[in-house]
Structures are given as C-alpha cells and as structure tokens.
Design a protein around this ligand. Structure first.
Ligand code: PLP
Ligand code: COI
Length: 341
C-alpha cells in the first residue's frame, strides 16, 4: 500500500474520485448488510423520491493522520445523531448509530492511501448521504432508500490560506422557516445557491444569513456557524433553532472553556452588536475556523479590529487547540477521537 501521488499541500476543497465507497440499501423496512464497492456512479429510476421531492440529506466529517501516524475521525457519533435528526425530519429511515460509525471506519480504511499525510495541510473529507430511491409521484416519502459514503481528499475550504474573509449580509434567507435548521438536507443548500453565487459575483467570500423572521439576528453562513470574540475576550456564538448545530462549534465552546479558560456565551447575537466584536470566525468541518476581517451591511463596512491580514489572537488559540486535538498533538476529551488505524 502506498499513498497516492498527490500534491497534498496544494489541494483545494473539491471532489476527486477515490477507490472505494460504502453502500447499503433499505427495502421492506430493513437495511441490508452493506458493502464497500468500486462503482462511483448511481443509476436510479427517473421518478425516484430524491429527484422529485429532494428527499435526501447528508453529513460531513473528516479523517486525519495524527502526529504518530494513526488515522482518526473526530466525534463521528455526533454526525450519526445529527443524521438521525435529518432523517426523522425528512421521513427517511434512520441508520443505527453503530452502523453509521462502522461504515465510516470501513470506508476510510478501504481508502487508506487517500488519507493525506500528517502535516500536509490536507484531510480526507467524508460525506455520508441518503436518498429516496424508488419511484414516487404523489407527494409522499419513498419506501426504499440508499445510504452511501464517499470520501475525497481536500485542502482548505476558502482560498487564500488564513487571509481573513469579507462577507456580506445576505438579502436572501437560507433557512427554511423555523424547525428545519438542525437538519443537513439538500433542499436547504439548494436554496442558498443563488445567494452564494450573488455574493461571489459581488466580490464577497461568503454570506451572513439573518433570522428570517426579524432580520435582526445573526444566524450562520452557507457552510459554517459563526463564532465571535468580544473586546473583553468572551467567546460568543449565535443560538438559533434555524441553524445547523455545528459539531465544530459545539467542540470549540468546550475547548474555549476547558482548555483556554475563556467565558463562552451561547445566545442570540444581534446585528447591532457586530461593531463591538474584536474577532469573528466561521467554524465547521470544512471551514475549520476561517477568520472574518470585514462584514458588509449594504454598503456599511464593519471592520473587525483583528484586521484583514491574519487570524485574531483568540481565534488562533482556538484553531491551534482544536487542530492539535484532531491531529493528536493535544490530549482530547474522552470519546472525541475515533481511531480507525
Ligand atoms: N452550518 C452549515 C450550514 C454547514 O453546512 C456546516 C457544515 O457541516 C456547518 C454549519 C458546520 O457544522 P460542522 O461543524 O458539524 O461541520
Ligand atoms: C461541512 O463542513 O462538512 C459542510 O458540510 C460544509 C459544506 C461543504 C457544505
């Protein structure tokens, strides 16, 4: 076995086909045994539930090579739990947590040569997803489903390394009305595509979505939650029922409190408070923590004092501690690291 010949340090966040993927099918009320397969293509009936009513959801996590050469994932149990919530909300069957975690382990092990080496700056992105596969024409859930996991090596989500981002306050709402924010479903992301294309055309890196009801509170961005640091050094992160409960953000709240001794506030964050913030970052599996330097509210620029050249000092400490835990340089809280090899 030899690592693939890839320029790991210059990988962007993109898909490339790898050797193996995991698949299991649900029929007559039960999941089959599942298997690792070679074929990256899916052939489905034209009327499958996924095509007609977008009955599909997904998860995202990563595998890392640690300093001492192990391959690990980070809190996959939380991805399994969140996928359960997505499936329940979309009337899809749940894949038991134990099976989800075993499938993640199996598919990463089967693609060991694609796991980027320690220190390369790249990681293996793991994308579990599920879809309704049998034909449905009336509005109703499918009876048959496929759960799959693909993996692909990735570099940073945002181009430009650790250069802080400029984001705009979006004119569009990403969140479906309250109650669906905790799920990772294709339909929510499809509704955000026009907003991200618009933001990019205007020269911004990302959007800040506001609460759709009052448009006065910070929600999240297209693929990450927000994390702020106040001028007196508190970590503040928006609380809302209509955002995705980021595993990275939940972990960083613990890191901030337990490892760095910081005060953490998980609460509503109003747009009016932004000028009082010292640092801002986007946090997620793909984003890790990407610093924000400037937020633009319809022409009004809110420049974070941490600046446009590098990460703010507290954001940097959070980043170093979280990635230190993921790469095995810093001892992890019990149960956070799942060793594959
Ligand atoms: N918010 C959205 C909309 C996302 O797509 C993601 C990515 O999964 C996150 C937040 C971050 O969540 P996590 O830290 O669990 O990856
Ligand atoms: C993730 O961070 O895993 C995401 O899902 C973000 C984005 C690529 C959709």
């Amino acid at each position: 076995m030899a690592k693939k010949d890839i320029d790991w340090a210059n990988l962007g966040f993109g898909y490339q086909v790898t050797d193996k993927r995991y698949v299991t099918n649900y029929k007559d009320g039960k999941w089959d045994d599942g298997a690792i397969i070679d074929d990256p293509n899916i052939v489905l009936n034209e009327c499958a539930g996924v095509f007609q009513y977008a009955q599909t959801c997904f998860e995202g996590l990563k595998a890392y090579t640690t300093e001492d050469g192990h391959i690990v994932t980070f809190r996959p149990d939380l991805n399994a739990e969140r996928m359960d919530q997505s499936c329940e909300r979309l009337e899809m069957p749940v894949l038991p947590k134990g099976r989800f975690i075993e499938a993640v382990k199996e598919v990463v092990a089967a693609n060991e040569d694609w796991v980027p080496p320690y220190g390369s700056g790249a990681t293996l992105y793991i994308r579990p997803y599920m879809m309704g596969t049998n034909p449905v024409i009336g509005v109703k859930p499918a009876d048959e489903y496929q759960f799959r996991i693909l993996v692909t090596p990735v570099g940073p989500y945002f181009k430009g390394g650790a250069k802080p981002l400029t984001i705009k306050i979006s004119d569009f709402d990403r969140a479906a009305p309250h109650g669906t924010g905790h799920i990772k479903a294709g339909l929510n992301y499809a509704m955000s595509l026009h907003a991200i294309v618009t933001a990019h055309k205007e020269g911004y890196d990302e959007n800040m979505y506001l609460d759709p009801a009052t448009r006065s509170k910070v929600e999240e961005t297209g693929g990450a939650n927000f994390l702020f640091v106040t001028k007196d050094g508190k970590v503040v992160t928006p609380k809302s029922d209509s955002i995705l409960p980021s595993i990275t953000r939940r972990s960083l709240m613990i890191v901030a409190e337990k490892y760095l001794g910081l005060t953490v506030e998980h609460r509503e964050v109003f747009l009016d408070e932004l000028p009082d913030m010292a640092e801002c970052g986007l946090c997620g599996t793909a984003a890790v923590i990407s610093p924000v330097g400037c937020i633009v509210d319809h022409g009004r620029e809110i420049r974070l004092p941490s600046g446009m050249t590098e990460m703010g000092p507290i954001t940097k400490k959070l980043y170093d501690t979280l990635t230190g835990i993921q790469m095995g340089r810093i001892e992890a809280p019990k149960g956070w690291i799942c060793t594959i090899k």
